[in-house]
Each structure stands twice: as C-alpha cells, then as structure tokens.
Design a protein around this ligand. Sequence first.
Ligand code: SAM
Ligand code: CA
Length: 250
Amino acid sequence: MNIYITKEEIEGKTPIPYKDIGHKSLLQSDALYNYILETSVFPREHPCLKELRDITDKHPLNLMATSADEGQLLSMLIKLINAKNTLEIGVYTGYSLLCTALALPSDGKVLALDISREYYQLGLPMIEKAGVAHKIDFREGLALPLLDELLQDENNKGTFDFVFVDADKNNYLNYHKKVIELVKVGGLIGYDNTLWTGSVALPDDAPMLEFIRNYRGYVIEVNKYLAQDSRIEICQLAVGDGITLCRRIG
Ligand code: SAM
Ligand code: CA
C-alpha cells in the first residue's frame, strides 16, 4: 500500500508482512485489481516508468511508491486541466514525479520537494532516460519551510495548476494552509492516502498496524477539514489508498 511509513518502522523488530498491508488498492479482490493493471494500466505504461517501478520494488520502503493505476490517473488529470506549472510534495523514487513530467507539455515545470535526495536519485536515471529531467526542479529539504520560502514571493501565489501532496500525513493540514495560496483559482490539489488503508472508517478500538494507527487521526482530521473548506470543491476517489481532489474556487 502506498502509505507513508518510516525507515525505522519498516526496519523495526517486527517487520510488517506485505500480506498485512495488501496490494496498492483498496479493492478487496486481488484478481480484479490485477485485471485493471494487466488490462488498462501496464500495457500503456511508459517503459521508463516500468523501469523506475521495477527498481523501486527492490527498495525496502517500496510500499510508499505511487501505484501504476494512480500514476495513470495523475497523468490524465494533468492533461485534462492542461497543467503547465505543478508542485509535488513527497517524491520518494519519483514514480508520480515521472508520471507528471511525462504528462506535462515540453515547456511545463514541476517543482518537487522531498527531505531525501537519496531516494530521488534512485529514480533519476529513468527520468533522464525518459528525456523529461529538464521539466523538474527538485529541492531537498523539509517541505513546510520550502513552501514558506515560496510564499514569501508574492509572484508565486496562485500560480500552480496542479499540486500533488504525498508526504508526511501529520502535516497535511499545514500543507493545505500553504498550498491553497499557491494553487491558482480553478487549479487542482490532490491529497494522497486519504482513506489510509480503509482505517478511517474503522472504530478506534479496531485492530490495526501501529503505523496505520499513528497517522490515522491526522488523516481523519484532514478529511473533515477539506469537507468543510468553502475555498474548494472536493471529490474523494478510492484509487490507490484514496486520493482527495480539491479544486480551488476561492
Ligand atoms: N509520491 C511518491 C511516489 O510516487 O513514489 C511517494 C512519496 S512517499 C509516500 C513520501 C515521501 O515524503 C518520502 O520520500 C519522504 O522522504 C518524504 N517526506 C516525508 N516527510 C517529509 C517532509 N516533512 N518534507 C519533505 N518530504 C517529506
Ligand atoms: Ca501516496
């Protein structure tokens, strides 16, 4: 599942077995999910995306990566809204970033923020091979101060067509406060993992993995906030681990 999980958690004393997390979809049927991937997603996946996905699969934190079906959705959204200037918070090895860069026009730009350049560099050779590295401005660091830096320049406000938020879930509300000023009116924000393996709908005392429980409250809180924020229209999709699309209207 493409959720945020720390290195310590994954390398901890009790490693989380894949079977406890499931595949990268909220669909209950493995067969149906594989059908979608095999029929509509993998045959159309860019060869460099496939290579990046294969390399990421060998990395211990690969559960964090965007799934191929969600990547296809991001690509479609970016093209539908004719996005030219986009922002990504949470890059990891760059699957969603490469989807974005491939979907953007040749003069399009994506500003990509992550605390780890090391992860980004794993996927960078495939981004270069795909011929889209020139569209990417990668900045290493904590996303909140980097966003503050952007906001200090009035010229950056209301300039992004699309923002994909996929970093630390405990900061989503803080990201929203800043990103809402950076995205243009009519532009789109995608908050990823907003169904948090389905745990948002479970009772508090339901059994769940520790890292799911640790971030669940934050995800529930952000979902509540987005639902009442009159500056946006929202649409919750059950693709991947759940993505909330927000169109800025004010
Ligand atoms: N979008 C990525 C993809 O397609 O594979 C997955 C991103 S992964 C779920 C989350 C990423 O957020 C990690 O690479 C992690 O280093 C980064 N991250 C976590 N906390 C962060 C923070 N406070 N500021 C910037 N990046 C952060
Ligand atoms: Ca994600």
